[in-house]
Ligand binder design. Structure first.
Ligand code: NAP
Length: 476
């Protein structure tokens, strides 16, 4: 525990931090899984810490609420752990407060002993090809936000009732999620917490086929086996694959022999090819070794994607990369969802690595890129720390590692933040900056409202998707 003494100018106040009299005050920016796992590690063993969660939305839980697929309800059970953390008397929730507009990084450092950024990856990667901005071309992340009722995406327009074919670029698990959302029987999705506007939109959808295009081969696919198996379990949906994509180069064949996930995926896909087509009205066409080189359109709207055939070449690091062969074809479609990964967004006053799209750090300590040394009392966890990879559980060891760095720094940081600037003072400042701060009790009220509506419809919850409506319900 830190034993530093606080000297507040002339009238010297001697205080020891990391004690019940002067706990460590820590701000966590972002209420997603990585932030909660960091708080869990900080609270361990009755540590004398106080943690304030600052979240721009009125709702907690980040991607568990607005990223996890509606048909994966069991994964959302993890919020029970986060809920317990929020209920801890050492933790306070300040929802509807934005770092950057309501409070700056410099102010956070003035009020807290340590600041953790747990802001995730709020944006999407661009493909950098012509036509990306046509109407009907959108990041898969927007579509995910739309069907999950994220307030920022609720007004996005997806014209699902016009076109029969959608092309999804990339073959990670997000691509799998959006494909199921597009083709799963709507009566099944309507039993979930999918946003009501998305259920209505999908009910009148004309989409009959989703083409998922991976730029490399089946062995390099980024999706995992449970998600792949789910395709085969969708009622009224055939899965198509091209046997020519399974003629493997030597590097892929060796990888297949060594890698268990690739092997399991390969088996499942071979099973789909052996099973053939049932003549179902809907289909998923999984294509490999194709890269989009242009999105084409008419009157500003997407009408197709030009794809170039790839071959796999040695990348010099023991793996293979896609290289265009020059052979092209156009797939007619009305919508393209670019599912090529997320990207973090720079925060004012906080270092950012534009090239890697994350907050630069060493062992979770945020560093100044110019001199590669840690900046003052600032830390990072989750996707903002390591990039957009891994499942929810991956964040736990990642956050524990950052908290180990924070604890190692407790002795050296001393009590730079005067005791009188913590606690009540910061609460007053945040109240004055946000139009309406949402507390944990407020969130519980909104949560109860949503779950009660859900119970009436035999659904887990009915999400409120508009921030103003959320705040009105809380005020009522
Ligand atoms: P991801 O797993 O990194 O997949 C991105 C895909 O985009 C890869 O297939 C990649 O191909 C491809 N890609 C990248 N740049 C491209 C380009 N310029 N042209 C064509 N293809 C391109 O990312 P994600 O699907 O967004 O998922 C993010 C993380 O969340 C992952 O770790 C994922 O497992 C996780 N997640 C998990 C679940 C779940 O557990 N159910 C659900 C959703 C997300 P290359 O391999 O060739 O780079």
């Amino acid at each position: 525990m830190a034993g530093a003494h606080l000297c507040a100018g002339k009238g010297v106040i001697m205080t020891t931090i990391g004690t019940e009299q002067r706990p460590m005050w820590i701000a966590v920016i972002g209420a997603g899984p990585a932030g909660f796992y960091a708080i869990e590690a900080l609270l361990k063993n009755d540590a004398p810490v106080r943690v304030d969660i600052i979240e721009r939305l009125p709702t907690p839980f980040g991607l568990v609420r607005s990223g996890v697929a509606p048909d994966h309800q069991s994964i959302k059970g993890v919020t029970r752990i986060y809920d317990k953390i929020m209920a801890d008397p050492r933790v306070r929730f300040f929802g509807n407060v934005s770092m950057g507009t309501d409070i700056s990084h410099a102010e956070l450092l003035a009020y807290y002993d340590q600041v953790i950024y747990a802001v995730g990856a709020q944006s999407d990667r661009k493909m950098g090809i012509p036509g990306e901005d046509l109407i009907g071309s959108a990041p898969a992340t927007n579509f995910v936000g739309w069907y999950n009722g994220h307030p920022y995406y609720r007004n996005s327009q997806f014209n699902l009732d016009i076109h029969e074919r959608v092309v999804v670029v990339g073959n990670g698990n997000v691509a799998m999620d959006v494909t199921r959302a597009l083709l799963a029987p709507i009566d099944e999705l309507a039993k979930t917490d999918m946003a009501d506007h998305a259920i209505a939109g999908l009910r009148s959808s004309a989409v009959k086929q989703v083409v998922i295009a991976g730029r490399r081969g089946p062995v390099q696919a980024a999706f995992t086996t449970p998600e792949l198996k789910e395709f085969g379990e969708l009622d009224g949906v055939d899965v198509l694959l091209d046997p020519v994509d399974f003629v493997l180069d030597p590097v892929s064949a060796a990888h297949l022999a060594e890698n268990k996930v690739a092997g399991r995926n390969h088996d499942v896909m071979q099973g789909y090819m052996a099973r053939g087509l049932s003549g179902a009205a809907k289909s998923i066409h999984m294509q490999f070794l194709w890269s989009p080189v242009e999105i084409v359109g008419h009157n500003g709207h997407v009408t197709g994607v030009v794809m170039e055939r790839n071959r796999l070449v040695d990348d010099g690091n023991g793996n293979v990369k896609a290289e265009g062969t020059g052979a092209k074809r156009t797939i007619a479609c009305g919508m393209v969802l670019r599912s090529v990964g997320y990207r973090s967004v720079a925060l004012p006053g906080v270092p950012f690595d534009e090239k890697r799209g994350l907050i630069p750090n060493m062992d979770g300590r945020v560093i100044d890129l110019a001199n590669q040394t840690p900046i003052e009392r600032t830390y990072v966890v989750g996707w903002a720390k390591r990039g957009p990879s891994g499942i929810i559980g991956t964040n736990k060891p990642d956050s524990v590692a950052t908290v180990a760095s924070m604890k190692a720094d407790w002795e050296s940081i001393g009590a730079r933040v005067p005791a009188e600037r913590t606690g009540h003072a910061v609460a007053t400042v945040l109240q004055s900056r946000s139009a309406q701060v949402v507390t944990y009790a407020d969130w519980q009220k909104l949560d109860a409202h949503e779950t009660q509506l859900g119970t009436a419809q035999q659904r887990p919850r009915v999400k409120v998707v508009d921030v103003k409506e959320m705040l009105d319900i809380i005020k009522r």
